[in-house]
Design a protein around this ligand. Structure first.
Ligand SMILES: *[C@@H]1O[C@H](CO)[C@@H](O)[C@H](O)[C@H]1NC(C)=O
Ligand SMILES: *[C@@H]1O[C@H](CO)[C@@H](O)[C@H](O)[C@H]1NC(C)=O
Ligand SMILES: *[C@@H]1O[C@H](CO)[C@@H](O)[C@H](O)[C@H]1NC(C)=O
Ligand SMILES: *[C@@H]1O[C@H](CO)[C@@H](O)[C@H](O)[C@H]1NC(C)=O
Ligand SMILES: *[C@@H]1O[C@H](CO)[C@@H](O)[C@H](O)[C@H]1NC(C)=O
Length: 440
């Protein structure tokens, strides 16, 4: 792609700089060595005996004696030398550190800056996808620069071999069938993934989706997606998964006639709130748009849609085509993990809902950032419906209540209740809450 020249030139440049640096280092270390040698007379002081080896061929006994003495002196000298060596290596390590520091002060960039923080030189599609690119029309004030970096998760740099694998394909042709691999990379923090110039495999015998609104509660045809990444190979399997053994995320979510059908329809006065009761807390019609974080197959958005409320559902494809399924219902899926900054401006959403996904598996600091992000995207008076937040008894008052209090939501509703299915002694808890972003 015309970048071969670049590719060849850059490593050479680097090798030259590297060699120059090594030479300087060697020079300094050897100078240092000599000076230590000169100034350490006390250490390397072999006091040859006054009468040292004078060879008298006729006096073999004396010769032996002298040899013995010399050998002892030699071993003495040897240990002095090894002492010296230790001192030298310490001092050269110090020197190296000093040199680096000097280089830094001098504005001498460390090596990795040459490749934008990647461990190794970029090449091929990854190099093209990573940029940066000079803007053809030059500096623009919107960007504040004359060059542009395509966005890519910073942590991608930590997984370069995997990112290279991800970026290995024939441009213009079909993409590798690597959804699972790609999603893992995302979930590790390489999010967003770099863009690719290939086309995902397309299902054969695709038919137009069911028309809205009947699409909301319909299982799409098996021919609508590619099944490669999933254990199940058809929707019958996914719908029945709730009744089988094994642990899956959102195990019974594809069964739209099961539990999914009644979720958020009944208020049990405790942890289960109903959508209608929640909406009643705000003036009619003022909850219009929102986000469901980790919304499984999108039933929350479907129920809201039935009330003329538009909800975007974020979901990961955990061993199931969650995103395709949400889309087939006529709802908007968003393929982002909970680690991702929410792709909304400040103060725009009327409601954010999240069930089961936010819980104590998330590192505290990351959770706090996520909660502040939710606060950020809500408009004043917008509500955060925290639905079945899971934690242990000690964490409830120890960690999470203080965390929610600190962020500054107003508690419209708050319920903490025990999760009993694994036994009382586990001391497992759920929190459900309606938290309002203050009006001012
Ligand atoms: C060499 O000298 C050491 C002490 O200086 C003595 O113990 C040893 O017996 C000597 N060896 C011979 C072979 O003379
Ligand atoms: C194509 O899909 C439709 C349903 O969408 C199905 O009725 C038909 O049998 C499928 N044809 C083939 C060849 O798989
Ligand atoms: C669905 O897939 C399962 C295996 O995942 C298979 O046993 C079953 O026969 C399939 N059913 C249909 C209707 O294709
Ligand atoms: C949703 O909007 C449609 C069209 O404006 C209207 O006919 C319908 O009554 C609304 N439904 C609800 C539950 O408000
Ligand atoms: C948390 O604190 C509240 C109020 O201080 C108390 O009523 C509740 O029992 C505590 N919960 C747990 C699980 O410790």
């Amino acid at each position: 792609m015309g970048s071969d020249e670049d590719r060849l030139r850059k490593p050479n440049n680097q090798r030259t700089t590297m060699r120059a640096k090594l030479q300087i280092l060697l020079l300094v270390v050897s100078t240092n060595l000599i000076s230590i040698y000169l100034f350490s007379g006390a250490v390397l002081n072999i006091n040859w005996p006054e009468n040292a080896p004078r060879i008298h061929l006729w006096d073999s006994e004396r010769l032996l004696r002298e040899l013995n003495v010399t050998r002892f002196k030699l071993s003495d000298a040897q240990s002095s030398l090894s002492n010296l060596e230790t001192k030298c290596s310490t001092s050269s390590a110090l020197l190296e550190a000093l040199l680096t520091e000097l280089g830094r002060v001098h504005g001498d960039k460390p090596m990795y800056d040459d490749i934008n923080g990647w461990p190794d030189e970029l090449f091929g599609e990854l190099k093209l996808a990573a940029g940066p690119y000079k803007l053809p029309l030059g500096f623009t004030s919107n960007i504040g620069s004359d060059e542009l970096y395509p966005t890519m998760g910073f942590a991608c740099r930590n997984f370069q071999p995997e990112v290279i694998q991800y970026m290995t394909y024939e441009p213009g042709n079909e993409c590798p069938s690597d959804d699972l691999f790609a999603q893992r990379l995302m979930l590790k923090g390489c999010e967003p993934l770099p863009r690719r110039r290939c086309k995902p495999k397309s299902p054969t015998n695709y038919s137009e989706p069911d028309p809205f609104p009947s699409s909301l509660w319909k299982i799409p045809p098996d021919s609508s997606i590619i099944w490669d990444p999933y254990t199940c190979k058809n929707y019958t399997c996914l719908v029945n998964r709730g009744k089988t053994k094994g642990s899956y995320d959102c195990k019974d979510c594809f069964d739209l006639r099961g539990r999914e059908k009644v979720r958020w329809m009944i208020d049990n006065g405790n942890l289960d709130y109903s959508i209608d009761n929640v909406l009643r807390l705000k003036p009619p019609g003022t909850i219009r748009i929102g986000l469901d974080i980790g919304g499984g197959t999108g039933s929350f958005a479907a129920r809201m849609r039935e009330r003329n409320i538009t909800i975007v559902t974020s979901s990961m494809n955990f061993d199931g085509p969650f995103n395709n399924f949400i889309a087939s219902r006529g709802l908007v899926p968003l393929h982002i993990s909970i680690a991702h900054r929410l792709p909304f401006g400040d103060g725009v959403l009327d409601i954010v809902h999240s069930m089961h996904v936010l819980s104590n598996w998330i590192p505290d600091t990351m959770l706090e950032f996520a909660l502040y992000d939710i606060y950020r995207v809500l408009r004043p008076g917008g509500v955060f419906w925290l639905d079945h937040f899971f934690c242990l008894g000690g964490q409830l008052n120890g960690t999470y209540v203080p965390m929610f209090d600190k962020i500054g939501f107003k508690k419209l509703k708050w319920n903490a209740g025990r999760k009993l299915d694994r036994g009382l002694e586990k001391n497992e808890w759920y929190i459900s809450a309606l938290l309002e972003k203050p009006m001012n």
